[in-house]
Design a protein around this ligand. Structure first.
Ligand SMILES: [Zn+2]
Length: 299
């Protein structure tokens, strides 16, 4: 229900289906937390991938994104057990499938943080809420970057905004020692991405954002992705970033060329199966039309 609301309030595009079906999920996945390295792992259940840090002593911890109330509670139980004092809850952006469980996690966390535009987007979404659980707004925001050295001193978390892309308030959350970076919905692994122009998103600027991210982190960085096509992983490396950047570039080139040739948007949507130059992006086809429509508007 929150996903449905998220969809109807965050875009003027008439998609006509709940996001659950747009994202191709038929039901909840088995509960799963997967270690990556140095106490950092990811959790997939229902909604955008959660990243987490669980310190050795079991006291404190960091949660990046929260899906929905039930999976957030299940994550706390599964990863942190009875010790539920966290150092930080931080979000990659405001969308309901990433912040819906904040009401469960935020009261346990010493700090609750998101990008200033993400907070603004969340405030707008909350004002329009008609159902589901309210999501509290964070007290702490940042414009460019933000950092927290964890009390144990063995991990530093940084958040950085690279410019408008999926929304106007996207941030990459980096566990520096583990060298794991959660990019949220800045990368949809091998599926057509969702983009939210009403919340400040831009497909065109997204290309530059991907290039900046690729240059800012390094060869060894493990990236956590918000979503992936069925059977594709929710983690990857710089090569995946490069591939997605190529998808966005190819989309822009394709729409520009077709528009110049006089193809109508309707005809373009009708004939497009994959974007020339990026054939591996072929899943989640309900969002393909959104990609074409938004890029059409931007050119
Ligand atoms: Zn999103």
């Amino acid at each position: 229900m929150q996903r449905r609301r998220f969809l109807t309030t965050s875009t003027a595009l008439a998609l006509g289906a709940p996001l659950t079906s747009l994202l191709g999920r038929s039901g909840p996945r088995p509960l799963t937390s997967t270690p990556i390295r140095n106490n950092v792992g990811f959790y997939t259940n229902r909604g955008g991938t959660i990243g987490y840090f669980r310190p050795d002593g079991g006291v404190g911890g960091v949660v990046v994104d929260s899906q929905f109330p039930e999976p957030a509670a299940a994550l706390l139980e599964e990863v942190y057990g009875v010790t539920k004092r966290l150092d930080l809850l931080i979000n990659t952006h405001h969308h309901g499938d990433h912040t819906g469980g904040n009401g469960v996690v935020a009261p346990l966390a010493r700090e609750y943080v998101m990008h200033e535009r993400a907070r603004q987007n969340l405030e707008t979404a909350e004002a329009a809420r008609t159902e589901g659980e309210a999501v509290p707004l964070p007290k702490t925001t940042f414009a460019k970057d933000w950092e927290l050295v964890l009390p144990e001193g063995n991990e530093t978390v940084t958040a950085r905004h690279f410019g408008p892309a999926h929304t106007g308030g996207d941030a990459v959350i980096h566990f520096e020692n583990a060298n794991v970076a959660h990019v949220g919905d800045l990368l949809f692994n091998r599926r057509f991405p969702y983009v939210d122009p009403a919340a400040g998103g831009s497909l065109t600027n997204w290309i530059a954002v991907m290039r900046k991210i690729r240059r800012h982190y390094d060869r060894d960085t493990v990236f956590i992705f918000g979503h992936a096509a069925e059977s594709y992983p929710v983690t990857g490396d710089r090569a995946d970033l490069k591939s997605f950047e190529n998808y966005l570039k190819s989309l822009r080139r394709y729409v520009k060329k077709e528009k110049r040739q006089g193809t109508s948007l309707e005809a373009l949507k009708a004939k497009t199966v994959t974007i020339p130059g990026a054939p591996e992006w072929r899943f989640g086809e309900r969002l393909r039309d959104v990609n074409l429509e938004v890029m059409w508007e931007e050119i």
